[in-house]
Design a protein around this ligand. Sequence first.
Ligand code: LFR
Length: 544
Amino acid sequence: MSRFAAVDLGASSGRVMAGDLDNGLSLTEIHRFANGPVRVHGTLHWDILGLYREILYGLRAAGPTASIGIDSWAIDYGLIDARGALIGNPVHYRDARTNGVRERVLAEITSADMYDISGLQFLPFNTVYQLLADQLEDAETMLLIPDLLSYWLTGEIGAELTNASTTGLLDVRTQSWAYPLIDRLGLPSKLFPPLRLPGNPAEFGRDLPEQTGIGGARTDAAKQTSWTGKLWAETEQPTNWTGRPTAEHTSGAEMRGAEVGQPTGWTGRLTAEQTGWTGRLRAEVAEEIGWMGKVTAVASHDTASAVVAVPATDPDFAYISCGTWSLAGVELPAPVLTDESREAGFTNEAGIDGTVRYLRNVMGLWLLQESLRTWGNPELGPLLAAAAQARPFAAIVNPDMPIFLPPGDMPARIAAECRRTGQEAPGDLPGFVRCVLESLALGHRMAIRQAIALSGHRVNVIHLVGGGSRNTLLCQLTANACGLPVVAGPTEATALGNVLVQARAAGEIGGLPEMRALVAATQDLKHYQPQGGDWAEAEARIQG
Ligand code: LFR
C-alpha cells in the first residue's frame, strides 16, 4: 500500500492529508480543522484534546493507510505524570510566561557556552525557557506535541530528533540529550525520553549513513538499528524507561538486559535508540478510527519536513520555508558554531539523515495574518492586488523586532515602528500590506545573505516553499531583495516531506536527492527572476 497519512498541525489550521506514491506523488486533503490557541486566565494554551479528536476523525475519514506521520511547529510540549496522564493543557509558545527567562538563564550561563552545546538560536520561547517557567513537580516525561500525539495513538514514548533539536537541550555534536546542561539548569533529566531518528535510513539498506562532522550520529544510527527495534519489542513497555549515558552499554546484547522502568546507566548514542521507530496503534484507537495501522517517526518539526520536500535539483540552493514564520537558510553537513553565527541569530537544527538546517527565523506571514485579523479578515486577493500597485519602498520595518512576536494589534505596532525609524506610517490597508511584504522580503535578504557568508555555502537559487509560495508579490519581492532566482513551491512542502519520510521508511523511495527529484517532477513550481530595487537603502533605513 503506497498511501500514507500526514497529520500536520499549523498555526492557522490542522490537517489530515493522504499522500499517494502509486503514480508520482499526490496529496489529498482529508480533513481540515481550526488550531487557534485558547486563552484561559491570561495563559495561551493549545486545545490539545480537541485537536486529538479532529485527528482521529480525519484518520477515520482517510481509511486504512500504510502508516501515519505527525508534524507540528516546534518547541511546544506536554508534561506527562508517573501514571502516563497529561498534566494540564500545553502552553503556546507565544504566551508571555517566558518573558525574562532567557535573560535570567544567560546571566548564569554565557550564550557562548549554550550555543557551543546546542547550536540553537536564542528564541525567547525555546523549550528550555518554557520548562524553566513551568511547574515540573509532578512531571515524569516531557513530550513535544507530535510525540505526545504519537504517545496517545500508540502508547509509546520517545522524542523525535528534528524536533528535539529545537529544545535547546540537545547536544548538537553528539545529537543526544545534553545532560550536563540539563543538570546545570536544574532540570530533571528523567523528563527527556529516548530519541527517535526519523525515516529509518539504515534498515532498508538504502542510503547507509556515513560518518559526518556531527558526532558520528549517522554511523551509530546504522549500527544500532536492529537492536533498538528488538529491545523495544522484547520489553513491550518502553514507556517509562529512563536511561542515562555511560560508555559501557553500547551493544544490543547488553541493552537487552537493561531493566525497564529503572535508570539503567545505559546509552551510548541516544540518537540511535529508536531509529526508524514505528508504533502500532492502540486497540482503542484502531476501534475508534475503524482500522489498525502504525505511526512512523517522520521529521516531526514542520520545518524539517518542509526542507525534506524542497524540490532542489542543484545542490547549491538556499531555502525559505514560508508560512507563519519564514525559516531562511541552507542545508549543511555539519553545524556552524562560531561567535559570528551566534551573534547573527543563526540556528543549527537537525534535519533528516544527519543534515543540519542552518537558518534564522524571520517573523514571516504572521505580520500579515495578525494584521488581517485586526482588520476583521478582509478578502486577501483584492488586497494583494492593490498592494502590488502601491508605492514601492514607502515604508519598511525590520520584521524581526521582538515587539511583533505576541498576538495583538499588528498594524498599530508596525505604524509605531515606522515612526520610530523616522518614516511615515502607511495610510491605508494596501500600504500596510506592501510594507509587510517588502519588510519580509528584506528579512529574507538579510537572512539568506548572512547564511551564505557565515557557512561559506554556495547558493545559485532560492527555493521558497510553504503557504507563502502562493503569494506572487512576496515571491517576486524576495527574488528582487536577494538578487537571486526564486523557485516557488510546493505549497504543501511540510505534508509532502512528512509523506516522503514515511515512504522512505517503508522502503518505497531513497534518500533526500531521490525524494527531492520526485517533488520537482510532480509538483507545481513557479519561477521568479530578480528585478532589482534599492534594497541596500531599505536595509539601512530600518535601523532608524
Ligand atoms: C514554523 C516553526 C519554526 C519554529 C516556530 C516555533 O512553524 O516550527 O521552525 O521556530 O514554528 O515553533
